[in-house]
Design a protein around this ligand. Structure first.
Ligand code: G3P
Length: 226
């Protein structure tokens, strides 16, 4: 399963990509606002210098024509972008037009199997079911990912499933079990994925034992001085 970073904060992307685990990045207007990045092109160029994988950039138009115009502008940057399109009637029209032009799309704000099926049929490169937001309203978000993985495999859709709105490490584990192609993960969740209290305790014990050993056995350097 691929891991995308769900952030527009360049410092977070720089740090996580130095670990060798970032396959792509997803942004949205809220994440750009949180990062204080009003100049979207500059932000995306900085991100593209750090990660090879696709970077999702979201349109803000609500008509198919407007979305396609924005998407063409993103494509003119000649970076590895995927255009995030909201799951609406106009969005589907835009996805179909962009697929014909070979522009990658990520259909976002997907909350049901029927929505995802339509997005895949229209030619979306990615669909983003929002797991955490479904959990928030008392519906099991991961059930949607499981269903989509089964259905897309059965019918051979090439659309990749991005488990989005990920809130904690177990969401990532469940997304992998469910067969998501990708989980897009906030930096705080990625950080928690690498931590385990037993790792910290283990390191501490190894160091203490090593220091105890040094205190008992004269070091080679110490012995040479005598
Ligand atoms: O990838 C979608 C994500 O940014 C939404 O997450 O936590 O706002 O539901 P959240």
């Amino acid at each position: 399963m691929k891991i995308f970073l769900d952030t527009a904060k360049v410092e977070e992307i720089r740090r996580a990509s130095s670990w060798g685990v970032v396959d792509g990045v997803t942004t949205n207007p809220s994440l750009l606002a949180r990062a204080g990045r009003a100049d979207v092109e500059t932000a995306i160029r900085e991100i593209a210098s750090l990660v090879q994988g696709p970077i999702s950039v979201e349109v803000i138009s609500n008509t198919a024509e407007g979305m396609v115009e924005e998407a063409r502008r993103f494509a003119s940057w000649k970076l590895n972008t995927a255009v995030k399109i909201p799951m609406t009637e106009e969005g589907l029209k835009a996805v179909r037009m962009l697929a014909a032009e070979g522009i990658k799309t990520n259909v976002t704000l997907v909350f049901s199997v029927p929505q995802a099926l339509l997005a895949a049929k229209a030619g979306a490169s990615f669909v983003s079911p929002f797991v955490g937001r479904l959990d928030d309203v008392g519906q099991e978000g991961m059930e949607l990912v499981r269903d989509l993985a089964r259905i897309f495999t059965h019918y051979g859709f090439s659309t990749e499933i991005i488990a989005a709105s990920i809130r904690h490490p177990m969401h990532v584990v469940e997304a992998a079990r469910a067969g998501a192609h990708i989980a897009t993960v906030p930096f705080s969740v990625l950080t928690r994925m690498l931590q385990h209290p037993l790792t910290d305790v283990g390191i501490q014990r190894f160091l203490e034992d090593w220091e105890r050993l040094q205190a008992q056995v004269p070091s080679a350097a110490g012995a040479a001085k005598v």
